[in-house]
Design a protein around this ligand. Structure first.
Ligand code: NI
Length: 388
């Protein structure tokens, strides 16, 4: 079964919504206009129940199937926010806001989920309930987490949840997915090595923080090479080394190290965080110094559930003829928070030969809309088949 005919009919209309969103990008949680447009459209489609202000500016819509003997509730999620980039596409519907741009295609994600909501509300050809989730602040604000913290999953009794992202460089309308870890956790650390400063010609009277921190930079690499299982992925990078004194003749009191840890496994992430503190504190103690470690967790590893991934891949193959195995992605994605709370799957849909996401010349490819909308609709109709 190829893309649904209804979405070929709706394509001009959905394209118009997408381009309107593109022209009016909003950052992080400031997606006020976008949320208003989304809520107005859901109302116009006859969606049963619409709630705004979840996760600050998120919108949730409920669409009931013709019957509900299954008792199933499926969440479908799109992100609404843009990026602080100055658009350079030259499009006639380019961003009207300086230094704000839909450079990650969230305009397309929102429009596609709206298209699916319109179709599902007019056909209701399923047995159960669909919850459409429009979230703010995917690009760094953790809007997905804030929506979950607002009780998204419990309040609407969501049992499984699905997400989609466009993917430049992949043929338009084709799909790719992988089970298990998919997008990486990206954490940050800062280590302050406190020694005892003094005269550079009298090292015996000091605790040399520069020497301690140098040992530490090397010792930290033992986390990846000696602690982490070699078949699993982990990156520990020290990216900044800052001494408290820049003089030739002063041994600095303190050195600040900064860096990042990337992992694709929750256990490896815990291990890296724990070892980072142990190695830093232990190395500092060896030399009579002290290390204060601050480890800040960013988005967690995004893990696709096996059953839902198999199902999502089958639906994608139904829509576009095949579904590829996606590569691991070392970038972060805050749909990870939703997948921590409920089983589900996140899929990539091809954006064709365009600039990469987060590039000032990027644009979402409207030709992907029929495939994307069809995948959403088929997820619902196949997971909760109409009774009789
Ligand atoms: Ni994105």
């Amino acid at each position: 079964m190829p893309v649904k005919n209804r979405f070929a009919e709706l394509l001009p209309e959905i394209t118009e919504w997408r381009r309107d969103l593109h022209e009016h990008p909003e950052l992080l949680f400031d997606t006020h206009r976008t949320a208003r447009v989304v809520a107005d459209k859901l109302r116009e489609f006859g969606v049963d129940d619409i709630t705004t202000g979840i996760g600050r500016t998120g919108v949730v819509g409920v669409i009931k199937g013709r019957t509900d003997t299954s008792g199933k509730v499926i969440g479908l999620r799109a992100d609404m926010d843009a990026l602080p980039i100055h658009e350079q596409t030259g499009l006639d519907y380019a961003s009207k806001t300086p230094n704000a741009m839909h450079a990650c295609g969230h305009d397309g994600h929102t429009a596609m989920l709206l298209g699916a909501a319109k179709y599902l509300a007019e056909t209701r050809n399923f047995d159960g309930t669909v919850v459409v989730i429009f979230q703010p602040a995917e690009e760094g604000g953790g809007g997905g987490k804030v929506m979950c913290d607002d009780g998204l999953m419990e309040r609407w009794n969501i049992q499984e949840v699905y997400g989609m992202h466009n993917w430049p460089g992949k043929p338009v309308g084709s799909f790719a997915i992988r089970p298990g870890p998919f997008f990486a956790a990206a954490d940050e650390f800062e280590i302050v090595v406190e020694g005892k400063g003094g005269h550079a010609a009298k090292p015996q009277e000091t605790v040399d923080s520069t020497l301690v921190a140098s040992h530490l930079v090397i010792a930290l690499q033992s986390i990846v090479s000696r602690n982490v299982d070699p078949v699993l992925q982990c990156v520990v990078s020290v990216t900044s080394f800052e001494t408290s004194s820049k003089a030739h003749n002063v041994i600095p009191q303190r050195v600040t190290l900064r860096g990042t840890v990337r992992t694709l496994d929750a256990g490896v992430r815990d291990l890296a965080e724990r070892r980072l503190a142990e190695v830093a504190e232990g190395t500092a103690a060896t030399f009579g110094a002290r290390a204060d470690v601050r480890y800040t967790r960013g988005y967690p590893v995004m893990v696709n559930s096996d059953t839902q991934t198999d199902f999502a891949a089958k639906v994608a193959a139904d829509v576009s003829g095949a579904c590829d195995t996606a590569p691991l992605v070392m970038g972060g994605e805050d749909f990870a928070f939703m997948l921590e709370e409920r089983p589900g799957a996140y899929i990539l849909v091809g954006n064709g030969d365009t600039a990469s996401v987060h590039h000032p010349e990027y644009n979402f490819n409207d030709e992907a809309i029929p495939a994307g909308c069809s995948w959403w609709a088929e997820i619902v109709e196949q997971r909760m088949p109409a009774a009789g």
